[in-house]
Design a protein around this ligand. Structure first.
Ligand SMILES: [Zn+2]
Length: 165
């Protein structure tokens, strides 16, 4: 089980909601720099946390290509119906190039390999009172920003406070 910190947790939640969300959007919403977001995403990967990210920024895709023969230089599986499933990794451009080499019956594109491992969260603090959030956070969305609070009361109070500003 991977331990993630407050900021990492928030970023993961955002990517869970929208895997296409760009680093610059995340940076804006969390009020941190784009470089920090990139650093955190990198550190999450180092920790072995799997998640999906905007593939135009990250580049790597996996294509599952079904055709009547194996695509050269690929991991290839023979299917029960006699067709072949080839796995090709690369960016969109590379995959298109490989696809043009073969008459594909069908293909699927994957952004990232997922795992279903549960993530253990640590140190998530309430954006209103500053106390550590033990259970599930109470989310507050104002405009494009997401706030994390510890309880219904803090959620309501923060909402009032922010609406005044
Ligand atoms: Zn609180």
């Amino acid at each position: 089980m991977a331990k993630v910190n407050q900021l990492e947790y928030k970023i993961l939640q955002m990517l869970k909601e929208d895997s296409r969300k760009s680093a610059s959007k995340i940076a804006k919403e969390l009020n941190i720099s784009r470089a920090t977001v990139a650093k955190i995403i990198h550190s999450l990967k180092e920790k072995g946390v799997k998640f999906t990210v905007d593939y135009y920024e990250e580049g790597e895709l996996t294509a599952f290509i079904i055709s009547d023969k194996c695509l050269e230089n690929s991991e290839c599986y023979k299917l029960i119906n006699g067709e072949f499933l080839s796995l090709v990794k690369g960016d969109m451009k590379e995959i298109h190039k490989r696809l043009s080499d073969i008459k594909a019956e069908k293909f699927f594109l994957s952004i990232e390999k997922m795992n279903t491992e549960k993530i253990e969260r640590s140190e998530l603090y309430c954006d209103y009172c500053g106390n550590e959030i033990k259970g599930n956070p109470f989310l507050l969305k104002i405009g494009k920003k997401v706030y994390y609070t510890c309880c219904k009361t803090c959620q309501t109070q923060l909402k009032k406070k922010l609406q005044k500003e």
